[in-house]
Design a protein around this ligand. Structure first.
Ligand SMILES: NC(=O)c1ccc[n+]([C@@H]2O[C@H](COP(=O)([O-])OP(=O)(O)OC[C@H]3O[C@@H](n4cnc5c(N)ncnc54)[C@H](O)[C@@H]3O)[C@@H](O)[C@H]2O)c1
Length: 371
């Protein structure tokens, strides 16, 4: 078992992020230490519920909890205001009061939605994260951001509501489809680029064999989760430091939007990181060899290999709509070196266009498009 204590400055309560294979069978015992009410509402999407609800509910009951399962449909569309409202009304119908607690069993969609409901239901009830996707284990479940989407954009309604526990059971990943594994892998690469060249070396040593090597897998999950926790502890509300977590995400979000969300998040972020590495050599002094090694590693992990044919004008138009932009300048997280990020403001648009053009030239599918 490995664990991280996430302590937020100025808060009485810190919380544990525990990584332990098979932890889902011991969840009841883990929760017993938190002194939550026995009334625990477990939110899971239907796919995850089919795979794991039985194990998890049995473990919770064994620990003295009275769990009740609330299922939601899988998929990003579930992260909506109407689903939040429906969940809150189901909680009321089941007699939930402000002493109850909510647990999210699932990926980032379930965690964001259930966390959002927990944060506003009767002005807030305690919340526990049991992430089942790689992305949620190393990123979404840590740091207390919750939210739902609006037709105008993603995560436009949301709160900060820290969980009381994040329980990581890497055995969940045995059933995770490849596409979802790659989404998580992109975030682990990001953690390495912004904070830890050794994590990049560990990924380089294992590449696509990572999921067949439990020791290596547990190490990279734990280390990426630890990096996320450290960044959040330094800047819970994204005033400054936390923005480094956007490495690869500025262009990544624009690519997702320009592809009408057909390009998977992890692939979009991976292309965003390739782009940021290139831009870093021009604007932040990153050595070209380091950028090239980074690009090779991203590709060796099965990411950023083929970009679908996208309209460059649509990508550039999507950049200014990034809600994380603070001002009129283009803001990118760049690297001075592996593990040394800088927030760069005011990247000239012609240069951004040129680097984007180079990215597309690497792709047969995009060669017909002019930047
Ligand atoms: N709160 C944050 O800080 C934060 C950070 C990053 C991303 N996010 C959010 O996370 C969401 C994406 O999360 P995600 O990638 O985990 O997607 P997801 O929750 O939609 O899960 C992806 C798919 O995998 C399935 N699944 C989950 N666990 C499984 C398992 N163990 N075995 C088999 N199938 C499984 C789900 O049913 C779903 O179909 C986005 O909405 C994003 O905005 C939030």
């Amino acid at each position: 078992m490995r664990e991280i204590l996430l302590a937020l400055p100025g808060r009485e309560q810190s919380y544990r992020i525990v990584l332990d294979p098979g932890l889902r069978h011991r969840l009841g015992a883990e929760l017993a230490g938190l002194q939550l009410s026995p009334r625990l509402f477990v939110v899971a999407d239907a796919r995850v519920a089919r795979l794991y609800a039985e194990d998890v509910l049995a473990a919770l009951e064994a620990g003295g909890t009275l769990p009740q399962l609330l299922t939601i449909p899988p998929g990003e569309r579930t992260k909506s205001w109407s689903m939040a409202r429906r969940l809150a009304r189901r909680l009321l119908a089941l007699g939930a009061d402000r002493t109850c607690a909510v647990a999210a069993l699932g990926g980032g969609v379930t965690g964001d939605l259930a966390g959002f409901v927990a944060s506003i239901f009767l002005r807030g009830v305690p919340f526990v994260q049991v992430p089942t996707t790689l992305l949620a284990m190393v990123d979404a479940a840590i740091g207390g951001k919750t939210g739902v989407n609006l037709p105008e954009g993603k995560n436009l309604l949301g709160t900060f509501h820290q969980p009381r526990l994040v329980a990581l059971d890497p055995e969940f990943l045995q059933t995770l489809p490849r596409r979802e594994r790659l989404n998580g892998l992109a975030e682990i690469l990001k953690a390495g680029f912004i904070r830890d060249p050794d994590l990049l070396s560990a990924l380089d040593a294992h590449r696509l064999g990572l999921f067949e090597d439990p020791e290596a897998l547990h190490y990279v999950i734990f280390r990426a989760a630890e990096i996320k926790a450290q960044v959040v502890a330094a800047d819970e509300r994204e005033a400054d430091t936390r923005r480094i977590l956007n490495f690869g995400h500025t262009l990544g979000h624009a690519l997702e939007a320009a592809s009408a969300y057909r390009l998977p998040h992890g692939q979009a972020v991976a292309w965003g990181m390739v782009f940021a590495l290139e831009l870093s050599t021009l604007l932040a002094g990153l050595r070209p060899e380091t950028a090239q090694a980074g690009r090779r590693l991203i590709r060796a992990c099965g990411l950023a290999r083929r970009l679908p044919s996208l309209d460059p004008a649509a990508i550039l138009a999507a950049l200014p709509h990034d809600k994380k932009r603070r001002d009129r300048d283009l803001v990118f997280v760049l690297l001075e070196d592996a593990g040394r990020p800088v927030i760069h403001r005011g990247a000239p648009l012609p240069l951004v266009r040129e680097v984007l053009g180079r990215l597309m030239e690497m792709n047969p599918a995009c060669q017909d498009k002019r930047v």
